[in-house]
Design a binder for this molecule. Structure first.
Ligand code: AHM
Ligand code: MG
Length: 340
């Protein structure tokens, strides 16, 4: 599309089609699915914008599989992403933070779908009521079970390095969709005037080094010794390495990660005494974020192992998460080795 001011606007759909044309062997399945994710993101975005106005806030009267209270907006986002992904006809099953079991589709096109879809439909939802950014995290794998049969949980227990595509939507001061299909990371900002995601951040590269560390320091006493020492390192004065660093923590993974991705930084959610395996979920939180991080030149680990090499054993498995600029992740690894 040519804008009147003379600059080129590339919409998400146009971008998806262009990318598909670069791969003549591609049949368009993934393109259709990405298009539908974009549609769901716009619907959820509209609802979030109205959250303070309509009777959508408050508990939905349910407790999710993690034992947390479910907000109505979580349910809304879950329902709409489910519906959109199913409508694409390309997905045979979905795993969501909001559902204990996988949801399988056994009718028409969907049963033959080549992909499975994982999501945290509304990450950071406890922030909604105070008007702080939230996000949707998603990840796509090729199914392992034979097409035409009912999908199986093993389709989801694949290591992150087998992801076909992953990304997130951030509902912030503007709404953005950021994703990768393994060929770099691109970001699209929703132009509310025309209702389209427009390419605003092509080929995102994260700085190799950064000055921001993001961690819930309220848990300090419960952190492993290596993390405690790393935090002290971040706070030391050393003009040469631009320390002390800046501490930034929103408490919304997508927002904390997105800021660090663009500015350079590290996000840490380690194991703690109260959460000995960490808090964040491997399949639909850490792996997709790790894929985006790596594709942008960053790193992600559980402190010792690359996140995307962990073999999941459970749909809702939690892992410690260290993600961000490669030199910062390397540095925290040094501390974890030195102070095990
Ligand atoms: P949620 O999926 O229930 O919203 O929880 C995940 C969120 C992340 O967005 C965020 O990084 C983390 O929980 C914050 O946890 P804490 O409040 O313990 O710092
Ligand atoms: Mg979450």
């Amino acid at each position: 599309m040519k804008a009147s001011a003379g600059y080129q606007i590339v919409t998400l759909n146009e971008f998806i089609i262009n990318r598909q044309e670069e791969h003549p062997e591609a049949k368009g399945d993934l393109s259709r699915l990405l298009h539908h994710i974009g549609v769901a993101a716009k619907i959820v975005n509209k609802k979030i914008n109205k959250a303070g106005l309509v009777d959508i806030l408050g508990e939905a009267g349910e407790v999710n599989v993690q034992g947390e209270e479910v907000k109505k907006l979580d349910v809304f986002a879950n329902d709409h992403f489910m519906a959109a992904v199913k409508a694409s006809g390309e997905v045979c099953a979905i795993a969501s933070e909001e559902n204990q079991e996988i949801v399988t589709f056994n009718d028409g096109l969907s049963r033959d779908g080549h992909y499975v879809f994982c999501m945290d439909p509304l990450d950071g939802s406890s922030n909604i009521e105070v008007n702080v950014s939230v996000g949707t995290i998603f990840s796509i794998y090729r199914r392992i079970s034979p097409a035409g049969e009912r999908a199986h949980v093993s389709d989801f227990l694949q290591s992150g390095h087998r992801q076909v595509a992953a990304g997130y939507v951030i509902y912030g001061s503007s709404t953005m969709m950021v994703y990768t299909t393994g060929n770099g990371v691109d970001g699209f900002t929703l132009d509310p005037g025309i209702g389209e995601f427009c390419l605003s951040h092509p080929r995102i590269r994260t700085p190799d080094d950064g000055r921001i560390y993001s961690i819930n320091e309220g848990n300090y006493v419960h952190f492993p010794m290596g993390v405690k020492r790393y935090i002290k390192y971040c706070q030391e004065i050393d003009p040469e390495s631009h320390r002390p660093y800046t501490s930034r923590y929103i408490g919304s993974l997508v927002s904390d990660f997105h800021r660090n991705l663009l500015m350079g930084g590290i996000f840490i959610y380690p194991e703690t005494q109260s959460a000995p395996k960490g808090k964040l979920r491997l399949i639909y939180e850490c792996n997709p974020i790790a894929y985006v991080a790596e594709q942008a030149g960053g790193m992600a680990s559980n402190g010792t192992t690359r996140t995307m090499d962990i073999v999941p054993s459970d749909l809702h498995q939690r892992v410690p998460f260290y993600v961000g600029s490669s030199r910062m992740v390397d540095k925290v690894h040094d501390f974890l080795r030195e102070f095990p």
